[in-house]
Structure formats: C-alpha cells, structure tokens
Design a protein around this ligand. Structure first.
Ligand SMILES: Nc1ncnc2c1ncn2[C@@H]1O[C@H](COP(=O)(O)OP(=O)(O)O)[C@@H](O)[C@H]1O
Ligand SMILES: [Mg+2]
Length: 364
C-alpha cells in the first residue's frame, strides 16, 4: 500500500509499486525515498503516517509527519512552530526515549518531518487493551518518564502535550518513548479548543497553559493527569469536580493507591502552579523517598514508648544479643544467640540487657 500525501485526494490508496498517485498525480515518495503507507494520526495542524524508507534494502519503517496549516491567520505562526519542532526533535532525538529525526523537508508547499518509528502501543491503546494501571505500574511509569522530561526541560523544551496517546511503550525494551513534540497544537487558544474536541488534548493541559503561559510545571501537570487517566480508566474531566474546583479521582480508582502516591499525584495536578511541583527533580525525590521505618535498623535500643509490633521473647533475646555484640565491639561471644542469657552473669552489659529485656517483656 502507498498512501497519497495530498490531503485533498479523493482516493489516496495506491499500490506500493507506483511513483505517482493514480488519482491525483501527486508524487508518492517524499525526498525520493520515504513512502507513506497509512495514516496513524490526525492532529489539529497535521497528519501522521506510518511510512517506509525505500532507500534502504530492508525498507525499514519510519513515521512521516505532515504539516497542514488551518486558517490563514495562523499559518505563519504554525509554520514557525513546525520549524521549531524540527529543531527541537533533532536535538532531543539524541535521547533513546525520544524518536530520532531522520529528515526534514518541504514538498508541494507542505512541510514534513520524518522520524524514527517506535514499535509498540501508545498508552491510550495499552489502557484499552489491558485495563487500568496499578500503583507499581504508575511508579514505574513515573520513574521512567520523569527522566525523559528532565532531559527535555534541561534543553529548555516544554513538551506541552503529554498524554497517553503521545507515550509509546517500545516493544523491544518496554521503555516509554515520548512522541509528538512541538507546540503546533497549542498555537492559539481557538486552535487548542478545536484540537481539544478532536483529540481530547484539552483534558491534559494545565490551566496556565490554556491561558497561553506554559511552564515546565505544565508538563508535570499533564503527566499527573495522565496517571489519573491510567489509574481510573476515565476521562480526566470526569475525575474533576468543577463546582468545588477539586480533583476527585480517588473515588474512581480501580485498585487502591498508597497515601504517598496519592499525595504526589495531587501535587502534580495542583491547579495553582506555585502549589505544584516546580521541577521534575522534586517529583523524583518524593517518589523515591524511603520512610525511616524501612531504613536499616538503628543501633539505639528502643525505650519508651514500646514499639507497636508485638515481639516474641526469642526475638527480643536475639535483638538484645545483637545489641550486645555491637556494644562489645563485635567480639565473638561465647553464648549461643538462641540460648537464655545467664542471669547470674557479672558482666555489666549483660545486666543492662537483662533489665532492658525485663522492661520489654512487661510491656508485651
Ligand atoms: N515515531 C513514532 N513511531 C511510532 N508511532 C508514532 C510515532 N509518532 C507518533 N506515533 C503514533 O501516531 C499517533 C499520532 O502521532 P502524533 O505525533 O502524536 O501526532 P498528532 O497527535 O498530531 O496526530 C501517536 O499517538 C502515536 O500512537
Ligand atoms: Mg499526538
């Protein structure tokens, strides 16, 4: 199959052995080498095609993005934004989780980007296929994507359109890849609203970005909303109480989520930018924060109040013995760890431990 790139062509499907469209005569190969096979996306300002590179013997797949300006007053702005996408992609494409830019060209007065093809389902498709994500999956997703966003932000690029459709899980290594760079879809508020109704992007856009002021934190917001969508399997609009201007996604969870993760997501989707995480680093830090209870045990003996965990006397024996070993500089002790400590011992450490044990056992 070969798909005609002319957006006005009445019969764009052609066989893959022809050079020109059999219906409208448009050249089918872009830059004499890239052949569109089928459309895979239609945004407000462009179309995306699955394509092949006929210049290589194996004819590897690639992706063609075609720029289609809509309305005369925004053409220049949209063209500028498309050029910007090319420059950004070229630099960002160095990252393994962002598609590499293969070519950038003008043909028949339209602009094109050719990108590396990422084999895999996007998260919208994955959600449809496998159902809602759980906490572990969301944590993995965040740890993976936050690093890609960190890279983008370090290059001063705000993605502006983070949402499940723009995140592909690559089959080969299960890594998440971010696609659809460039601000073309948020060129004007009118365009944004129109795009929103077509592809549902508006649901993921931060309020300040809606008003034309995108910040790095706007991507954090969109990523948070993406998590909400993946956890609830609902449109993010339906997880927001507009009367009270509050997120209510917690009511629609498919599986429970820890208070820690809830807190992180809620801070990612704060409506007021200054209440939100300002940088990706802050989110990463909170996400990987280890509460002190899960840190290695302290050597300080627990005194009052007694620990909530009910311990058996053997456990206490063991811990006291360990403590003693620490106090005595780790010198080997003749006693068996499991044997009862000799109350007749004259060793002052033994005495103290005995007292400690007595205190403990009374509290059991
Ligand atoms: N490099 C790529 N490799 C594979 N699939 C892609 C690639 N880029 C985009 N896609 C798929 O095509 C869809 C549309 O492309 P996208 O760049 O998001 O354009 P738009 O949202 O403007 O239509 C994406 O949701 C994704 O599923
Ligand atoms: Mg997209």
């Amino acid at each position: 199959m070969s798909y005609c790139l002319n957006p006005h062509c009445s019969q764009p499907e052609n066989t893959d052995d022809v050079q020109f469209c059999q219906t409208c005569g448009t050249k089918l190969l872009l830059k004499e080498r890239y052949r569109a096979i089928k459309p895979i996306g239609q945004g407000g300002f462009g179309r995306t095609f699955l394509a092949v590179d006929e210049d290589k013997p194996s004819k590897p797949p690639c992706v063609i993005k075609q720029f289609l300006p809509q309305g005369t007053n925004t053409v220049q702005k949209a063209v500028d934004l498309f050029n910007q996408e090319a420059i950004q992609l070229d630099e960002l494409g160095q990252h393994s989780q962002i598609p590499a830019l293969l070519a950038y060209c003008n043909q028949d007065d339209r602009q094109y980007l050719v990108q590396e093809f990422i084999d895999g389902l996007n998260l919208y498709q994955e959600l449809e296929q496998n159902g809602a994500f759980n906490e572990t999956q969301i944590r993995q997703l965040l740890n993976d994507l936050l690093l890609v966003l960190q890279f983008c932000h370090s290059k001063q690029v705000i993605h502006r359109d983070i949402k499940p459709e723009n995140i592909i899980r690559r089959h080969s290594d299960h890594k998440l890849v971010i696609v659809d760079f460039g601000a073309a879809k948020s060129a004007t508020e009118t365009a944004l609203n129109r795009t929103g109704t077509i592809i549902g992007s508006a649901e993921y856009v931060a309020p300040e970005q809606m008003r034309g002021k995108a910040l790095f934190a706007s991507d954090i917001y969109s990523l948070g909303v993406t998590c909400i969508n993946l956890l609830t399997e609902r449109s993010p609009f339906d997880s927001y109480d507009t009367h009270n201007a509050a997120w209510i996604w917690g009511q629609y969870l498919k599986t429970p989520v820890s208070p820690e993760l809830s807190k992180i997501i809620n801070k990612m989707v704060e409506t007021i930018p200054s209440h939100r995480y300002q940088t990706v680093d802050e989110v990463i830090k909170d996400l990987n924060f280890q509460p002190s209870s899960s840190l290695p045990k302290q050597v300080t003996p627990p005194i009052s109040p007694p620990p909530a965990v009910v311990k058996t006397s053997t456990q206490i024996e063991k811990e006291l013995q360990e403590l003693k070993t620490q106090f005595t500089g780790g010198k080997p002790q003749p006693k068996n760890v499991n044997s009862q400590p000799q109350s007749s011992s004259n060793d002052p450490i033994d005495k103290e431990l005995e007292e400690l044990k007595a205190k403990f056992m009374n509290n059991e």
